[in-house]
Design a protein around this ligand. Structure first.
Ligand code: C2E
Ligand code: CA
Ligand code: CA
Length: 415
């Protein structure tokens, strides 16, 4: 077993080596592995020590070669992670550790289950002194234990919820997320055209968690495949309840990570078959950042979706890096203009001209133009005048529980 001075020395070395600015942080993790102490006390210290060695190796194997692992007590390890970009980066490492323990610990041919609980402190955010960082990581560990969670970041218990991998996985698997639908209107006819499906999650431990928080977490922790399957299935189930209103289309968000995984087209077409929804009634929304990742692969995937009759929308247009030259290559059907561009058009003539030019460009490329984030009547009429085809925003309707949307459109919800 190592003493704490060695840990502090390692932290000091990492800190001295780092650039020490906001973009190059170091993280200290206090990792307690539940089950280890019990093993030592029941089966003897020698067995306990050998199990602890195996656990130490498992922790190291789940991390990068530059990361360092120290055992400081029976069941407590301190881990030093250099070159962390931000807190999310450290949480990603914590999640990877948790996942590693999905498999049993192998100790002298005897498998047993350990469960890691972690506290995280960041340099320089939570202190610059190595000892202070160690103590704060341990304080965060106690907070995680108190909350019954998988990990906690120092000083964050009152702020944004620290989601645990287990919690989100459980919520997805047991269908505890909710589908909200936000109406999309035809700005030229004033009729409702369909809806965008948006996930909502009320977590038992944290209350309402926003998709802006849990979708990136799902992307980083490998839960995005499960989230995407959930999203496709529930959206199509609700779409099926409105099969007698065939004009209504349903837009599903596909995250860049999910988009690059094999089997996506099959998943989508399979679900269409199960729920009996016509492919023409579904629009896959993909952000432009996802599109520029691998042009050839993207074009062939979009083509396969299009060949089956599924619509493709380029989401958040105006925030990423898709050049106009790229845009002409994508076999998309819609361009969704990001709300950050739409918001200002009412009182900023230049912003208005830009949006108007984007609408014209979309039309020249045979794409339907959709505006997001319409928050007032003035913006709506201006967009209609510019020839924008469809629109969405708080002024036209907030996202509502799927059952409410279905009832409003004259369908009966299937629960
Ligand atoms: P997004 O695809 O750009 O979705 C539109 C977001 O704008 C939604 O936020 C919506 O509630 C919000 N919004 C709509 N109208 C207005 C308005 O008039 N003003 C303002 N300020 N905002 C408006 P939300 O529901 O918080 O979702 C955030 C993002 O999370 C979505 O951005 C989408 O990228 C992602 N997301 C949501 N649900 C899912 C899902 O089931 N799967 C995946 N992969 N991503 C999802
Ligand atoms: Ca979207
Ligand atoms: Ca969007």
């Amino acid at each position: 077993m190592l003493n704490r001075d060695e840990v502090c020395a390692a932290i000091a070395a990492v800190v001295a080596d780092g650039r020490g600015d906001g973009a190059d942080r170091a993280a200290v993790l206090a990792v307690m592995v539940e089950g280890l102490r019990d093993r030592a006390l029941r089966l003897g210290y020698a067995t306990g020590d050998s199990a602890a060695d195996s656990v130490g190796k498992m922790i190291a194997a789940a991390l990068r070669p530059v990361d360092r692992v120290f055992r400081v007590a029976y069941d407590l390890y301190m881990v030093v992670l250099p070159h962390m970009r931000n807190e999310q980066h450290a949480l990603l490492a914590a999640t990877r550790l948790t996942q590693a323990f999905d498999l049993p610990v192998q100790d002298r041919g005897q498998p047993w289950r350990g469960r890691p609980v972690m506290g995280i402190a960041l340099h320089p955010d939570h202190g610059t002194d190595p000892e202070v960082l160690c103590r704060r990581a341990e304080l965060a560990l106690h907070e995680a234990l108190r909350q019954g969670g998988q990990h906690a970041v120092y000083g964050r218990s009152d702020e944004q919820a620290v989601i645990s991998y287990e919690e989100l996985r459980e919520a997805i698997e047991n269908n505890r997320l909710n589908t909200f639908l936000q109406p999309i209107w035809n700005l030229q006819t004033g009729r409702i055209a369909g809806a965008e499906s948006l996930a909502r999650w009320t977590a038992e431990q944290h209350g309402e968690v926003w998709p802006g928080h849990f979708v990136p977490f799902a992307e980083q922790s490998g839960l995005i495949t499960a989230l995407t399957s959930w999203s496709i299935n529930t959206t199509l189930r609700h779409a099926a309840a409105l099969n007698h209103v065939p004009d209504l289309k349903f837009a599903i968000n596909l995250s860049p990570r999910a988009f690059n995984q094999p089997g996506l087209v099959e998943k989508l077409t399979g679900a269409l078959g199960i729920w009996g929804v016509a492919p023409e009634r579904v629009i896959a929304e993909i952000t432009e950042t996802a599109l520029v990742h691998d042009l050839d692969q993207t074009v062939s995937l979009l083509r396969r979706l299009r060949d089956r009759g599924i619509g493709v929308a380029i989401d958040d247009f105006g925030t990423g890096y898709a050049s106009i030259a790229y845009l002409s290559k994508f076999p998309a059907t819609e361009l969704k203009i990001d709300l950050s561009l739409v918001r200002g058009i009412h009182d900023d003539a230049r912003a208005a001209r830009l949006v108007s030019a984007i609408i014209d460009m979309a039309h020249h490329l045979d794409l339907v133009a959709v505006a997001e984030g319409i928050e007032d009547g003035g913006t709506q009429s201006l967009l209609a005048e510019m020839g924008c085809d469809f629109g969405q925003g708080y002024h036209l309707g907030r996202p509502v529980p799927a059952a409410d949307f279905i009832a409003r459109c004259g369908g009966r919800s299937r629960g």
